[in-house]
Ligand binder design. Structure first.
Ligand code: XMP
Length: 506
């Protein structure tokens, strides 16, 4: 088990993911709030930070608790911190040290840099530079502009690197992490999906015993994997509820429900479409739509859960990024959209919460799902927002608009699948605009709806780029939509990235 301390860098989660890719379990904690008892940890990594170690408000940590007691790897800010407060010197750099660089010097016979190629490319992102090494520092690598790109402390298992090993552009970054964790710190590489499933099933059995557990399935990856894990642990005592809010994709409710039943899950499908649509009647404002849907969902779910006699637990598909208490650099970020229906549980339900995936990243959830034998198509599904098509129908929602959008979306998504593009896209969908445009069909003037298609590449939804779908494909899909879907006479493609746009239009 490895402890990663967060100093507010956007890359900290990436370090954790790289470590996990080495089949090593790790946890992220804020630099100023981590477990006092370090005995479960075999190594510690200090992450980067947007702060300067020279600034008044530099983030400070008492390293005496860690140094010399645990193998320590200090990355970027960590490397500067270690130097600055231990007899070295950190100064503003004369040139911008951002982007790709190459290791022009690599000290020989150092376990830490074993198998790192001469001139290996690394990724720099810092504005201060380490002028002199701390006491007992031994230089291990340099680039053209950064003399102290890596160093260690003589007589300790303490290592420091100025560049970012976790970033993909640092070609041997993962090798360096492996050298440090496996060779030097002797951490076992035992965190595999199989091991996770075995441990998790055992823990779940101990935790919930013979109690009944209720879980809301959404058709998405996380809730499905959570359900299959629980099913493996407690079988029939798991009661799954899958609610149709009337805003799912075309035929989604029936298809996914059948798939769940085929997987042996004890699942009840509840068609509450009309209840949701009547609650949404006349509502135009995006946040008001989200609230209405959240409220009705809780009502429906609560009604259903009450029918399960003696249910004690509520299972949720929460994953690690939602759990990590990151060091906030700009203060609590402003609510842009009131996302994710997490924690949407009324007090009177008084259920205890069980979250089997709370320590996993999304890609790990997929791997666990694969180990559990869940269908690859289900695991590879694009993310889909809880409020469903309601936030892709701009303005007020009517059953007719839902029907139109379901048809358009189905043409687009099936097209992506047929052309082998679905897996190259992180998320795709169609948006029904509150705009009519003039068209001509045969000899007739038409005045019908406009739809926008959206397809983005992303890793976590926080940032996203629009996908350069082939023109031929877009042409074909546009024709098919206008020919097949009554009520639409124009198709546009969204070419905005996030930021400054967002993925959804509402
Ligand atoms: P945005 O539009 O903020 O979306 O760029 C980022 C990701 O979040 C999804 N999303 C939601 N998911 N409830 C959800 O469960 C919501 O209200 C919601 N709004 C956006 C969006 O689909 C994308 O994957």
């Amino acid at each position: 088990n490895v402890l990663i301390l967060d100093f507010g860098s956007q890359y900290t989660q990436l370090i954790a993911r790289r470590v996990r890719e080495l089949n090593i379990f790790c946890e992220i904690f804020p630099y100023n709030n981590y477990p006092k008892d370090l005995s479960p940890y075999k190594a510690v990594i200090l992450g980067g930070s947007p702060y300067s170690v020279r600034a008044e408000d530099a983030l400070k940590i008492d390293l005496s608790e860690i140094r010399g007691k645990k193998p320590l790897l200090a990355v970027c800010y960590g490397a500067q911190y270690l130097a600055h407060f231990n007899g070295g010197e950190v100064a503003p750099s004369n040139i911008r040290e951002y982007g790709r660089a190459n290791l022009s010097f690599i000290k020989e016979d150092e376990e830490f840099l074993e198998k790192v190629a001469p001139n290996s490319q690394v990724w720099m992102s810092h504005s201060d530079t380490i002028k002199t090494l701390p006491t007992n520092g031994v230089r291990l690598a340099s680039t053209k502009d950064v003399e102290n790109a890596a160093y260690r402390i003589e007589g300790e298992t303490t290592y420091a690197i100025q560049f970012h090993p976790e970033v993909y552009h640092s070609v041997d970054g993962k090798q360096i992490l492996e050298n440090f964790l496996v060779k030097i710190a002797k951490v076992e590489q035992s965190f595999t999906p199989n091991a996770f499933v075995d441990d998790c099933v055992k823990e779940l059995q101990e935790k919930v015993g013979n109690d009944k557990v209720v879980l809301g399935l959404s058709g998405g990856v996380d809730s499905t994997v959570a359900a299959v894990l629980l099913n493996k642990a407690i079988g029939e005592n798991l009661y799954c509820i899958f609610v149709n809010n009337g805003l799912l994709r075309k035929n989604e409710f029936e298809n996914v429900l059948n798939q769940y039943k085929g997987m042996g899950l004890n699942v009840k499908g509840v068609d509450a479409s009309e209840r949701f649509l009547s609650a949404l009647d006349g509502i135009e404002e995006p946040e008001a739509k989200r609230k209405a849907i959240g409220r009705v969902f809780i009502e429906v779910f609560d009604d259903e859960a009450h029918q399960i006699e003696d249910v004690k637990w509520l299972a949720q598909g929460t994953i690690y990024p939602d759990v990590i208490e990151s060091v906030s650099v700009k203060g609590p970020s402003a609510t842009i959209k009131s996302h994710h229906n997490v924690g949407g549980l009324p007090d009177f339900m008084k259920l205890q919460i069980v979250e089997p995936l709370r320590m996993l990243f999304k890609d790990e959830v997929r791997r666990v799902g694969k180990t559990l034998g869940i269908d690859a198509e289900l695991l590879g599904r694009h993310p889909f927002p809880g409020p469903g098509l309601s936030i892709r129908i701009l303005g007020a929602i009517t059953p007719e608009k839902v029907r139109i959008l379901q048809e358009v979306d189905a043409v687009f998504i099936n097209g992506l699948k047929e052309h082998g593009l679905y897996d190259k896209v992180w998320q795709a969908g169609a948006i029904l605009l509150p705009v009519n445009s003039v068209g001509v069909m045969g000899d007739e003037r038409t005045y019908e709806k406009v739809v926008a298609l959206r397809a983005v590449e992303s890793t976590d939804g926080m940032t996203a780029d629009w996908v350069h779908l082939p023109y031929d494909f877009l042409m074909k899909i546009s024709n098919e939509i206008i020919n097949k879907v009554k009520g639409v006479n124009r198709v546009v493609y969204d070419i905005s990235s996030k930021p400054p746009a967002t993925i959804e239009w509402e």
